[in-house]
Design a protein around this ligand. Structure first.
Ligand code: PDD
Length: 286
């Protein structure tokens, strides 16, 4: 089936959608994005994603091409047009397409580019990998210093995934000054006893929307949460390890740099958080 995508005010078949070769997203990775999951044909945590998008745009002095309400309508329209029950909506805004390549930002009258498309992922909630867990390697975190802004500069995370694949693993956790920052496209956690440990918010990591929801739900379920950085050694000897993201929800990590975590089996806390997160998200999805 040909997907319907959205480009600058128009719903088009994916084969007809076009963006200029001068678009700054293409030439300079001068763009921001959001990925929102869809469960039961509804958007999970839309408000959180809309708020973070606004923050990313503000941090980069980029114009918003639409209000949050308008973006919600576009998301819903695309989900409906493409018949998505479980999957993702990808949104990207760039600083637009001035007539030439120039490092300086274009004049204020150059309109931003707005693109959205869906990815159909049946079985997203029932992902069998959540029962077996995934294996990660550690890699140095050599990204820029504003990882709190959700930009489309994703080459190093892509390289991290490829390094993981080459090592027979699924993903990479990035390490800076001896401590884990985050996964290539997710936030990283360990569990010690009844305590969930994850790096505190700063410019070093993306402020995950799933992270915020999961930590709130964990606290409501009387679990202890400690926001601090941890080492790979600490993670390898933890009772559990897992990560969160809009596309994977809560996903157990069972091996780090070849060392099994807690006997190489997913743990009960990650399983419980995954269940709570998916159940609660279904109830309030838009
Ligand atoms: N990635 N950290 C990084 C570097 C990320 O790219 C992501 C999300 C997260 C988790 O954030 P959230 O819970 O808001 O999805 C953390 C998305 C899913 C992606 O790039 O596809």
């Amino acid at each position: 089936m040909t997907r319907t995508v959205y480009v600058n005010g128009e719903y088009l078949p994916e084969t007809e959608a076009k963006v200029s070769v001068f678009d700054r997203g293409f030439l300079f990775a001068d763009g921001v994005y959001e990925v929102t999951s869809v469960l039961d044909g509804k958007l999970v945590d839309f408000d959180g994603h809309a708020k973070r998008l606004e923050r990313s745009l503000n941090e980069l002095e980029m114009k918003a091409p639409a209000t949050s309400d308008e973006l919600l309508e576009i998301h819903r329209e695309l989900v409906a047009k493409n018949g998505i029950d479980e999957g993702l909506v990808y949104l990207q805004i760039t600083r637009g397409a001035p007539g030439d390549r120039d490092f300086a930002y274009p004049a204020a009258d150059v309109p931003p580019t707005l693109v959205l498309f869906t990815q159909n992922k049946p079985g997203l909630a029932d992902n069998p990998t959540a029962k077996t867990g995934i294996k990660v390697i550690s890699v140095p975190d050599v990204r820029w210093g504003r990882r709190d802004i959700k930009t489309v500069q994703l080459l190093y995370p892509s390289m991290g995934k490829m390094m993981a694949k080459a090592a027979g693993c699924d993903d990479a956790w990035m390490v800076e000054d001896g401590k884990v920052t985050e996964g290539t496209s997710n936030n990283a956690y360990i569990v010690k006893g009844n305590k969930i440990i994850t790096r505190e918010l700063s410019t070093d990591i993306l402020h995950g929307i799933t992270r915020a929801a999961v930590l709130q739900m964990a606290r409501e379920a009387q679990m202890e949460v400690e926001e601090r950085a941890f080492t790979i050694d600490e993670a390898q000897s933890a009772d559990e390890a897992f990560f969160t993201s809009a596309s994977a929800f809560v996903m157990p990590v069972v091996e780090i740099d070849g060392v099994p975590v807690a006997g190489g089996k997913p743990g009960p806390i990650a399983a419980r958080l995954r269940e709570i997160y998916i159940d609660e998200s279904r109830k309030v999805a838009l």
